[in-house]
Design a protein around this ligand. Sequence first.
Ligand SMILES: *[C@@H]1O[C@H](CO)[C@@H](O)[C@H](O)[C@H]1NC(C)=O
Ligand SMILES: *[C@@H]1O[C@H](CO)[C@@H](O)[C@H](O)[C@H]1NC(C)=O
Ligand SMILES: *[C@@H]1O[C@H](CO)[C@@H](O)[C@H](O)[C@H]1NC(C)=O
Ligand SMILES: *[C@@H]1O[C@H](CO)[C@@H](O)[C@H](O)[C@H]1NC(C)=O
Ligand SMILES: CC(=O)N[C@H]1CO[C@H](CO)[C@@H](O)[C@@H]1O
Length: 690
Amino acid sequence: CLTTLELTSMNWNVSSNRQAHHTDKFYSPELILRRGQLFTVSLGFRENVGSGQNLTFTVSTGPNPSESAKTKAVFQLSNGKSGGWSAELQANRGNTLTISISSPANAPIGRYTLSLQSSFFSGQLGTFILLFNPWLQADDVFMSNAAEREEYVQQDAGIIYVGSTNRISMVGWNFGQFEQDILSICLSILDKSLNFRRDPANDVAQRNDPKYVGRVLSAMINSNDDNGVLAGNWSGSYPGGRDPRNWNGSVEILKEWKRSSFKPVRYGQCWVFAGTLNTALRSLGIPSRVITNFNSAHDTDQNLSVDVYYDPRGNPLDRGSDSIWNFHVWNEAWFTRTDVGPSYSGWQVLDATPQERSQGVFQCGPASVIGIREGEVDQDFDMPFVFAEVNADRNTWIYDSTTNTQMKSSSESSSVGKYISTKAVGTNSRMDVTEKYKYPDGSAQERQVFQKALEKLRPNLLFRATSAESSERDVQKPSISGKFKVTGLLVVGQEVNLALNLKNLASGRKTMTVNMTAWTIVYNGTLVHEVWKDSFTISLDPGEETQHPVKISYAQYEKYLKADNMIRITAVCQVPSEGDVVVARDIILDNPSLTLEALGEARVQKPVNVQMLFSNPLDEPVKNCVLMVEGSGLLRGNLKIDVPNLRPKERSHVRFEILPTRSGTKQLLADFSCNRFPAIKSILPIDVAE
Ligand SMILES: *[C@@H]1O[C@H](CO)[C@@H](O)[C@H](O)[C@H]1NC(C)=O
Ligand SMILES: *[C@@H]1O[C@H](CO)[C@@H](O)[C@H](O)[C@H]1NC(C)=O
Ligand SMILES: *[C@@H]1O[C@H](CO)[C@@H](O)[C@H](O)[C@H]1NC(C)=O
Ligand SMILES: *[C@@H]1O[C@H](CO)[C@@H](O)[C@H](O)[C@H]1NC(C)=O
Ligand SMILES: CC(=O)N[C@H]1CO[C@H](CO)[C@@H](O)[C@@H]1O
């Protein structure tokens, strides 16, 4: 009687399989595997089953699995590997068979069901999750360097660079791809995509391809079009959601998205989108990193030229659709590009910030970084947009609304695309990758590539020839020059001190009138409020230089400063019957410092105290102070501590306890906020011993 041969046990060998597949860090009980690599399961039967020759396995993924789409495979226990799915007998101990199962290196990733059919048992054995495999040479995401794999796949905390060219700063980010539920949520991101909703069978079949998965994720991390994860907002006020500066990692965001039944989480800005996309990529096994581009152009019409406008009084104008962001953050993911040619394999730009639609949807990439450096703007995907972000020319105009006229004040070919940065492998230092994106600004090669890109984009605009040079020629050479110099500390709570340096470059005496303004802004140039203005007239002898002081008091800017701490200062200088000269400078005020110190050695499962120090720099009390702390592997979830009000200039100490759960270098993130300082951040690296 066959029923006596029923299956009595099924051992997935979760722990040893996950160790072998480099998935042991996931905080989840599930069997998580990487494709192209064998795993072993043990089947126990009530009686001796011989060699198990007649066992047939089926794996399937997605709602409409099919063998033709390779979302289903049926295979028998055999001795030979086929390159596709296969099963091989490893050991036969009478009632127990140990079987090793292999998946192909190009299998779709996702959640699979494993079933068994035989004369004595038919049914599901259970489920497992299959991920990309950067350890496997045959996988499109193969990364040969072990230190890089450690950083770009296994590292669950990192640094994102922000600020401006003259003040690069950083925020810590907790990617948390191994935290409870995060992998599951990242898989459900794919199932909420427009592609899946339209044609699930086809969508699941394409999940074998990192290009496809990366592009879908870039669409889904922003909420535009598809109710994806994060709603963007650059307005400077965020009452119905969280100020983007307050996020410190992806885990809260992804969990909140799930908790709210997949309603978009409010609000994100570029580094929040990039931090979250990085978590999704690393969790699925695609090596990835976060990239910051300073002076990032947003060129909406692909003419590689961005226009910036001011009015005659020096006010920046929100005019035209193009803009230059102080910084912009995107991702690079690592995989081969068989579609455009193997020489474009390697790092690929993916950008989840909703800037422009691509094929009707806010999504961007993959765009090969090598392709961008070589000006291959006709390749897939979104190459012109990314190329312009790092290469566009910047034209400055004075627009006079009373006469509806505009005059070009300057044209620069090398102000866009600076200090392209990412966290270095294995250390917390900044690595500059600008030369991966373009040849040195101003070099012959860089101009050739720019020209090549321009010709590909606008065959009929060939006359722009040596573009920037020619447009620089159509701007009259100014007889004066100007520059803002910082003359004091730039700190929130104190007066801002700068000077406008002016110089007469001409051989005759020049009289000029100067209009100046200062506006608080959001990092992408969104204007918040005018906080200061001044006008003066001055005469300078040939070669003479002068310094005009700029003083902006705390009382003038405090109400309008946003968490970006950015102020844009502009001067429009006019010499009668000559073109206006625009001098602009964005400054970033520093927050008072928040220091963290571990008060003992950190060991796994041993509580350790950490102390926070903060001094109120203001001549007024600060209220509603809250300290938030998180760090993957250092504490479960996050800690919220109410800090008592601080009197003017008072110092505050707060102690709290953490309990490390994993060894290695971990990152503790703190965020201190109060009525006067919306988001002061600090990072403490902690070495946790076994
Ligand atoms: C941004 O947030 C403000 C304040 O909550 C809101 O009024 C505005 O509609 C939001 N903008 C977008 C695009 O969601
Ligand atoms: C580029 O496009 C903008 C519109 O976005 C337009 O105003 C500008 O004149 C164009 N510049 C060049 C050099 O083609
Ligand atoms: C400064 O602003 C005034 C209007 O307030 C305007 O008449 C004058 O032309 C401006 N100066 C410059 C240099 O544009
Ligand atoms: C800031 O970015 C958002 C999103 O792309 C955009 O809607 C807004 O217009 C931008 N502001 C400026 C000044 O470019
Ligand atoms: C350390 C820190 O800033 N914690 C923050 C991280 O995010 C969680 C949830 O959004 C909050 O508790 C804190 O804002």
